[in-house]
Design a binder for this molecule. Sequence first.
Ligand SMILES: Nc1ncnc2c1ncn2[C@@H]1O[C@H](COP(=O)(O)OP(=O)(O)OP(=O)(O)O)[C@@H](O)[C@H]1O
Length: 637
Amino acid sequence: MTQQTDSDNNDADKPSVDRTVRNRKLWEYFSRYKGWFAIGAVFLGLTNILNLAIPAYIGDAVQMMRDAVGGEGLGTVRGDLIDIGLMIIALAIGGGIARVFSRIFIFNAGRHIEFDVRNEMYSKLGTLSAKFFNGMPTGDITSRSANDVSYIRLLYAISFLHVINTTIAYSIAMSRMADISWKLTLVCLVPYPVILYFLLMIMRALFRQTKIVQAQMSDISTKVQENLGGVSVVKCYAIEDREKESFGLMNEDYYGKSMKLATIRGGMQSLMTLVAGVGTFAVLIVGTGMVIDGDLKLGAFVEFNSYVVALAFPTIAMGWVFSVWNRGLAAFDRVLEILQIEPAVLDPAPDEQRELPALIPGEKRGAVRLENVSFAYPDEDEPVLRDIDIDIEAGSTVAIVGRTGSGKTTLVKLISRLYDPTEGTVYIDGEPLPKLPLRDTRSEVGFVSQEPFLFSMTIGQNVRFGVDALEYDETVHREPPTRALLTGDKREDVSQQERIEQAVRVAGLEPDIKGFTKGLDTLVGERGVTLSGGQKQRVTIARALLVDPRILILDDALSSVDTKTEEVILDHLDELMADRTSIILTHRFNALARVDKIFVLEDGRVVEAGSHDELLAKGGTYAEMCERQRLEESLKS
Ligand SMILES: Nc1ncnc2c1ncn2[C@@H]1O[C@H](COP(=O)(O)OP(=O)(O)OP(=O)(O)O)[C@@H](O)[C@H]1O
């Protein structure tokens, strides 16, 4: 289970991303939709022009009433007052409509940015290698792709809206206020320097705390994701209570950190409300004195006060903007941390790209050569594979055996380029892997891994997964295969539906499918939970066969099927893969008499190679392992 990271101890107040990079990227997204933001800004300008025209009319009306009360009576100005009232209503309606349009344009721009960032993030994740996924928990990645990307939308939309709105509102209102009385305007501005000082302090704390809370959210997502994924293990070991308690502690920690963040945010809001309040207070105290002394007319005072009131919301909104901005920046950094990772396994430069020789019926393909290959996992000092020199002939079937942990899976991961060797080169059909487009290599190597993974789709959809990629991905230079998969069927143009049925038969899954009422349309549930281990393994074999790979790798992929079914499947494969290469990793030795060559790995080195009979005759590691297995089996029976 995930270790709870103590986010308080991380460098939360330091930006994890270079500021220049961050600013460049912020601008890049903004400039994609600058037209939308610009139109939104124009509507914001219009909103403020219309709304801030109202105080002048209110001032006029009050002054008119004041003059009328002291002169010819209110009745004389009734008509003018009604005109002013109608004008105020018209301005308010106009301002309201402009406000709606400003929000439509700005919020839509924010949504477009969110859409782009989420797509980029998803595409990036597709290019990252096993090294990245080994190092970052899925819950953390999910939290960044879901929560953080949404915060980025608000960062753009809310910040832009309110910064522009407040700037325009202040510019218009302040110039009118200065026209009425520069002295009173200065009084309003007196508290600003002190408030600015506190504001900067609060913003720093806000940024730091926001990062801490977001990191804690990632830890919680990871915990939930792992516990749900491993729910049966948790239940089997009856450890629900401990897990519940540890989740409770994590949640409590998150609650505490969130409360601290809420307190800081509250402080920010209060500070901005204080700015608005102090302004109003100063205007009342100083302004009333000026009216009494005759330095300011009552109408002008009311107009001035209306501007101060009108500025209250934009001022308070800035408090919200600062918190959205800080949360958005922290989220932006967390997303950028992923976007700027360079994939460890790279495509060759376009001018260096080579192509694999075409697959021609009847011609053997799929030769593999590992030349002086050594490999250590990222951040590990000890190599897992050392000085491997292997030649696998095109069209042959070979097995790689060795004790657990000897490096078998690692070796075949290098063939499908999930990792690049630390030293040496891997060749397929004479072409060095680093010179081949990555997707082409992967589409030519059918890798059936130890742990079968199925998507929550139907069995049929799971089987055609690889062919879908060939049909829809234009970057793969390979047409979806159409040749028949069944022994004796020599047709070169078979529909994919028929091929799926054939692949299922070759993989020995047909009797199981017949047992399901919905057949190939049976939904398999998340990760294929509704299928048995052996059924899952055979679906993944059918999936690999359907793409007609030039190299098929079965990494202990028949471990959950009985030896009789294994024999049947291997018979089918012998025929189907006659002109292609098959590499079988296994701990079962009973099927190895049929393969062309066996490589024996020990501590990451090839210690023996030869046919089953040759190796038995040699009486070395292989013979010893075979003998031990034979003894174990005879003891069991
Ligand atoms: N992602 C990884 N990071 C670091 N070390 C790893 C990683 N994957 C495997 N190893 C280590 O590499 C060594 C070889 O592992 P590998 O899975 O290749 O062995 P294997 O021969 O396939 O074992 P098995 O027969 O049990 O499947 C092991 O010591 C393992 O702990």
